[in-house]
Design a protein around this ligand. Structure first.
Ligand SMILES: [Zn+2]
Length: 372
């Protein structure tokens, strides 16, 4: 979104106090594990697991919606490669990515950043072990089903993608998830569902259609797109469900709290004093091992990280699909075959041309909330 002069002035003020801006300018020392023109990754000085890294843009943006498209692409496009470098160095079978939007969600600095946690069997980290037990009400489901696809449609209008023509196919590995949950949105690369039961009402899951298990195998474009969609989900539950903040958690790799090893993205609404305080518990003490050594071994791998946007072949030629319905997505999904959904979609998009303003307002109001 456009930053107004007023917001820019506020950001300038924040920057003066920001420890991460001082780390970027090297006024404050850190163990750097990766650096390029736009981004920097350092070791967390209070690691939750060995190799726990913090990845950020060099420029100061407090929350995801403020990040300009080019920098967003750069950060999230290079994330799979950086995660691979960290996992290779730590000999990890998987990792978690953790993002906190808003202080109620555990955001501790006004500089937007994400945590990369390389995982191993028996590492004792069970923060992201989910016991789903909350369902979302019908009214809220309908609200999301009504607004979310148009938010994505507007996203594509602003950022046209050659590959996007339709709702795409459902890969075999997502068939069960597709059939057993409420589908909120899908395209060639992602599937967004409202699970029957989540860890909080409004917990939304996003799946890659191109990669079943390994986040580090996502291409620059696939990773960028899935994070764009995930960020829009966060805005939607912020605005639509009145969340005060959100967490985005990526799980992949066969580890104790992810036994099937599948790749999944979770967006979780947060409220002050909710039951999810255990999600993020930063360690309070410095590690007994030498961080410098860990940084060296990651640097040995991370020099290969290279953000490059590759032109992808256009693989799909179907008509575009954006589902908008007053019925719940679940009812609609049950009633319509995939072909029917494709047929109906053109009309629905046309009905939906004038929603851009609304989404801008939604984002602006969401940002207002997070700042308060
Ligand atoms: Zn900063």
């Amino acid at each position: 979104m456009e930053l107004t002069p007023e917001i820019r002035a506020q950001l300038e003020q924040q920057k003066q106090q920001c420890v991460f801006c001082k780390i970027v300018s090297k006024e404050v020392a850190s163990q750097i594990v990766f650096e390029d023109k736009f981004s920097l990754a350092i070791l967390d000085i209070f690691p939750m697991v060995k190799g726990h890294s913090v990845f950020m843009l060099k420029e100061h943006y407090p929350i995801m919606p403020y990040i300009p498209t080019e920098e967003f692409k750069h950060l999230f496009g290079s994330l799979p490669q950086l995660s691979k470098a960290i996992q290779d160095a730590m000999v990890s079978p998987g990792s978690n990515i953790f993002i906190a939007n808003g202080w109620v969600a555990g955001q501790q600095a006004s500089h937007f950043l994400m945590h990369i946690l390389p995982r191993e069997k028996g590492d004792g980290l069970f923060n992201f072990y989910f016991k789903p037990s909350f369902s979302l009400g019908e009214k809220e489901i309908n609200l999301l089903a009504h607004h979310f696809p148009s938010m994505v449609h507007n996203h594509f209008k602003r950022n046209p993608a050659e590959w996007h023509k339709s709702s795409g196919e459902i890969p075999r590995f997502l068939k069960e998830i597709y059939e057993q949950n409420i589908v909120l949105y899908e395209d060639e690369k992602v599937l967004v569902i409202i699970p029957k039961k989540g860890i909080a009402p409004g917990h939304i899951e996003v799946y890659s259609k191109t990669e079943e298990k390994d986040f580090t195998k996502l291409s620059v474009e696939d990773s960028t797109h899935i994070f764009f969609i995930t960020s829009l989900v966060a805005t939607a539950i912020f605005e639509g469900l009145g969340a005060q903040g959100t967490n985005i958690i990526v799980k992949h790799g066969k580890i104790d709290d992810n036994p099937a090893g599948n790749l999944s993205f979770h967006v979780i609404p947060r409220k002050e004093g909710d039951h999810l305080q255990g999600l993020w518990q930063p360690s309070q003490k410095r590690p007994s091992y030498d961080l410098k050594k860990i940084a060296n071994s990651i640097n040995d791998k991370s020099w290969k990280v290279n953000y490059k946007e590759k032109k992808e072949e256009v693989k799909y030629y179907k008509t575009p699909v954006i589902k908008i319905s007053s019925k719940s997505s679940e009812e609609e999904f049950k009633e319509q075959s995939s072909e029917q959904r494709n047929k109906n979609s053109k009309l629905k998009i046309e009905e939906n041309e004038d929603t851009e303003e609304t989404e801008e307002n939604e984002i602006a109001s969401a940002i207002k909330k997070i700042r308060n």
